[in-house]
Every structure is written in structure tokens, then in C-alpha cells.
Design a protein around this ligand. Structure first.
Ligand SMILES: Nc1ncnc2c1ncn2[C@@H]1O[C@H](COP(=O)(O)OP(=O)(O)O)[C@@H](O)[C@H]1O
Ligand SMILES: [Mg+2]
Length: 488
């Protein structure tokens, strides 16, 4: 697992960097396109209204119409002009044309129920346009507005001069039918944008996955290497910088592995050279012991023998660690295995009055491992526990249970061993160090026990960690897959 403080995922960064600006651009362009279409259609309607309005002004005589008074609705002038304007409306699909005085009172309206002198109250919304039309004598159109029927309309105002230096105004009202088209365009556009966004999100997820998955492989490989597992290849096939990095990573791993192997070879060589004369030393001690009755000499010889035994033990630990591990897997019954371990430590348990117990949560758990190596692993951990016991009541326990290992995110059945003691514990700063070769706090320690343990556990694709409190005790937790697999 990648630690919490490294939770800023590259994939999220990629998505944010590319996706967010792209989405903003698409949304803004959508809005701009919509408004350009809207403005274009609106201007088109204004032009149409004004040109029809101008054509309409040729169909009547403004001077006579300006003189119409309320009650003149049945006059010939009124009726024929109203008819002409109504015909024009029909011909051009315009909704309404009306003529009115600058004081907003009606003269002629194609809407029959509006009489002469009617006050157009809605003109107050178009005050600006109307005063412009009258002061500049230029046609102008209102902004789009919603009629009582819910439809959108626009009005064009065309000022017409009368000979008495006055003016009347022709208003021409058209339906903005395009508004409907626009709202369906808006709907379609939103739908299209939604589909495009969906496509881009999917594409960017796939794309970022392609970039990120080799990086993930690299991270996993780095984690394995930093955990001391140097044998599995980094598998990145992309022909880009990450692929190159993977290749270099592999080279680095091989170099470290080679250096490790050279160091182990050297250790092996030294250990062998030391072990041979040690054998001789023990033999000569025995001989000298037999040939003397001198008590002081005998005492010295005993001391020499004890010291050689220590060197022998350390040399054996060197050899254990330095041995290139070849694994011979067999099925191991945990109950039987623990009996055997108990047998190995029976002497120490008895001499030091240690309260020792082991518990199996299941009846028996059968797992696959190299029996000899795993026995040494166990004995190393247990010896450390025994050596740490410094209280009057010395306690040590082993708990074996079933577990799940999440190796490479594929959960596998596993067996868990917890070896706990109430000994002197480990300093917090040292917990990280104890697995390193040659780290020891003991006067006659080799510092290779846990390095060997870690190496074997890695070979078995298992995990090991230590929890410890100074002066309270230590808990070593080892988890091994139930089934041994050569490559995980
Ligand atoms: N059960 C334990 N209780 C206290 N300290 C421990 C325990 N196991 C390991 N250690 C610490 O880890 C160190 C390294 O252990 P190890 O690799 O077995 O080397 P060695 O036993 O030769 O010192 C020990 O020196 C000791 O400080
Ligand atoms: Mg040890």
C-alpha cells in the first residue's frame, strides 16, 4: 500500500489538468454559439419588421390619418387603411400593424377591438426606442418581449412626418418564431455537450490509466525492492520514458542483487575459513583439559570453549544468511511444526522457567514452505524472544491463525504466526533497523538473524512486521501464503 501522505494521485492531476480546461472551453463555446445564433436571428427579425414597416408607410396618407378622431372608426379612410394594413399582415405573416400619435394614443390598429384614442400603456417599456425614433426620425425595433399568449414578439417603430411638422408612428409587431427553434437548439446543444463531456471523461480515464498503470507497476516494484525483495523483474513494456525508467530500475535491481550475492559469497568464504580452525581449537581444548589437573587452567579452558561456542554460533548465523536460498517446498502441518519447535527450545524453557504456550485457532493449518528454512526462521525469532526476557515472570507465546494476504492486490489464503514476548522490547527508532544485516544491540550478536528471517519470508512471498514497546515486550507477526507460488 502507498502511504497516506502520497495520496495525490497522478491520474487525478492528469484529469484535472486536461479535462477541466477542455470542459470550460466547450461550455464557453456552447454559450457563445448560442448567443451568436440568438443575436443573428433577432437582428434578422428587426430588419424584416422595419423593411415591411417601411413598405407599409406607402399604403396610406399620413396627413389624413393624423387627423382621425375618436368615433371615426366607421369612416372610409379608417376602414380602407385598416384593411390594407391587415392584408399586408396576412401577406407577410406579421401579427399586427398599428398607427399612433406621439402621445401613444391609437389612430388605426389591425386589432379590431382597439379604437381610436386608445392609450397604448405597454409603450412605457419602449420609451427609449420611441423617443429615439421621434428625435432622430429613424426606424428602430424594441427588444424581444413575451406576449400574454406566452409567445415572443418584437415591435418595429417607424416615425412618419406629417406636413404640419408633426409626426405619427407606425408600429409593426412580429412573432419571434425562431425563439422556439432556439430553445430546441439549446436543448440539443446541451445534450451534445453532455455527450461530448461523457466521451472526453471516458477517453481521459482510459488515457490516464494507460499512463498511470506502468507507473503503478514501477511503484510496486520499488516497494518490493525497498522491502528487500530483489528477485522479481520489473515488468514495463511501454516504449516511452517510463519504459526506459523501468529498464534502468531493473538494471539497478540486478546490480544490488549482484552486490548482495558478492557480499554473501565473501561472508561464506570468511565463515568457512573461521570454522575450520574453530573445530581444531575445540579439539585441542578437550585434549588439554584431559592432560591437566590444574584447576585454574581447567577454568581458562572452559572459558575458551565457551568463547569458541559463541564464535561458532555467529559463524553459523553468517553461513545461514550467506547461503543462496534454494527453496524446496513441502506441506507442513502447523501443529506438528510447533511441537518440533517446542522440542528444540525445551531446554531453555526449563532452565529459565519460561511460561511458554502456543495456540492454534484452527484445528490444524497445513501450509507450504521450505521446512528447513522456515524452522530456522522460527528458531531465530524465538531465540530473540527468549534472549529478550528480562523480567522475573518470563512469558512467550505463539499464536497461529488463518489470514488473507493482499499480495499484488490479489487476496490469497495465508497463515499468520504471532510470536509475542514480555521482554525488554525494542526502541522505536530501532524497529526499522532490526531487519538490516549486522544490526545488533547484543554484545555477542551477529545482527544477521532477522536479516535471514526477512530474506526467507520474502522468498516465500510472505510479510513480516514487528510491533514493540520498550520494557513491555515485542510481537513479531509473520504471514505466509498457504500455497507456495514461484512467481507472485
Ligand atoms: N524479541 C525481541 N525483543 C527485543 N529485541 C529484539 C527482539 N528481536 C530482535 N530484537 C532486536 O533486533 C536486533 C537484531 O536481531 P537479530 O537480527 O536476530 O540479531 P542478533 O540477535 O544477533 O542481535 C537484536 O539485537 C535486538 O536488539
Ligand atoms: Mg537473533
Amino acid at each position: 500500500m502507498i502511504p497516506k501522505e502520497f495520496n495525490k494521485k497522478i491520474r487525478n492531476k492528469l484529469i484535472v489538468t486536461f479535462l477541466v480546461p477542455l470542459l470550460i472551453i466547450i461550455l464557453i463555446s456552447g454559450v457563445i454559439i448560442y448567443f451568436i445564433a440568438y443575436r443573428g436571428l433577432e437582428e434578422e427579425l428587426s430588419r424584416k419588421l422595419i423593411s415591411i414597416g417601411l413598405a407599409a408607410t406607402t399604403r396610406f396618407h399620413a396627413d389624413s390619418i393624423a387627423l382621425l378622431d375618436p368615433g371615426d372608426e366607421s369612416t372610409r379612410l379608417y376602414r380602407s387603411t385598416q384593411q390594407k394594413l391587415a392584408d399586408l399582415c396576412k401577406l407577410t405573416t406579421i401579427n399586427r400593424i398599428y398607427l399612433f400619435k406621439p402621445d401613444n394614443t391609437s389612430l388605426i390598429d389591425t386589432e379590431n377591438d382597439i379604437k381610436i384614442g386608445y392609450k397604448y400603456s405597454h409603450h412605457e417599456f419602449d420609451q427609449n426606442e420611441l423617443s429615439y425614433a421621434l428625435s432622430e426620425f429613424q426606424p428602430i425595433s424594441s427588444i424581444l418581449f413575451q406576449g400574454q399568449d406566452g409567445e415572443y414578439y418584437k415591435t418595429g417603430y417607424i416615425p412618419i412626418k406629417t406636413s404640419s411638422n408633426g409626426a405619427i408612428i407606425l408600429a409593426i409587431q412580429g412573432n419571434a418564431a425562431f425563439y422556439k427553434t432556439l430553445s430546441s437548439l439549446r436543448r440539443n446543444m446541451f445534450f451534445a455537450i453532455f455527450v461530448v463531456i461523457l466521451l472526453i471523461v471516458t477517453a481521459s480515464l482510459v488515457y490516464s490509466q494507460n499512463i498511470v498503470s506502468p507507473i503503478k507497476n514501477l511503484v510496486e516494484a520499488a516497494m518490493k525492492i525497498s522491502g528487500g525483495e530483489l528477485t522479481s523483474e520489473v515488468n514495463i513494456k511501454t516504449k516511452d520514458e517510463i519504459g526506459f525508467l523501468g529498464q534502468k530500475f531493473n538494471q539497478m535491481r540486478k546490480n544490488v542483487l549482484e552486490r548482495d550475492q558478492r557480499m554473501q559469497m565473501m561472508l561464506r568464504g570468511i565463515a568457512h575459513e573461521v570454522r575450520n580452525p574453530l573445530g581444531g581449537l575445540e579439539l585441542f581444548c578437550d585434549l588439554a583439559d584431559k592432560e591437566t589437573d590444574h584447576r585454574a587452567v581447567k577454568r581458562h579452558l572452559k572459558k575458551i570453549r565457551e568463547e569458541t561456542a559463541t564464535i561458532n554460533r555467529i559463524v553459523n548465523e553468517f553461513l545461514d544468511f550467506a547461503r543462496t536460498i534454494g527453496i524446496t517446498v513441502s506441506k507442513i502441518s502447523s501443529a506438528e511444526f510447533l511441537e518440533e519447535i517446542g522440542f528444540h527450545i525445551a531446554h531453555d524453557i526449563e532452565v529459565d522457567h519460561i511460561l511458554w504456550s502456543y495456540t492454534l485457532t484452527d484445528k490444524d493449518i497445513i501450509f507450504e514452505a521450505d521446512r528447513e528454512h522456515f524452522k530456522r526462521v522460527f528458531l531465530n525469532v524465538i531465540k530473540n524472544a527468549l534472549q529478550s526476557l528480562d523480567k522475573p515472570e518470563k512469558r512467550m507465546s505463539v499464536l497461529v491463525s488463518r489470514d488473507i494476504l493482499n499480495n499484488d492486490t490479489i487476496p490469497t489464503d495465508a497463515v499468520k504466526f504471532i510470536i509475542e514476548d514480555n521482554g525488554m522490547g525494542i526502541k522505536e527508532d530501532d524497529i526499522e533497523e532490526v531487519f538490516k544485516p549486522f544490526f545488533t544491540t547484543k554484545e555477542k550478536g551477529s545482527g544477521l538473524g532477522l536479516a535471514f528471517v526477512k530474506k526467507v519470508i520474502n522468498e516465500h512471498h510472505g510479510t513480516i512486521h514487528i510491533e514493540s514497546k520498550l520494557k513491555k515486550g515485542t510481537k513479531v507477526v509473520m504471514v505466509l501464503p498457504i500455497e507456495y507460488k514461484t512467481q507472485v
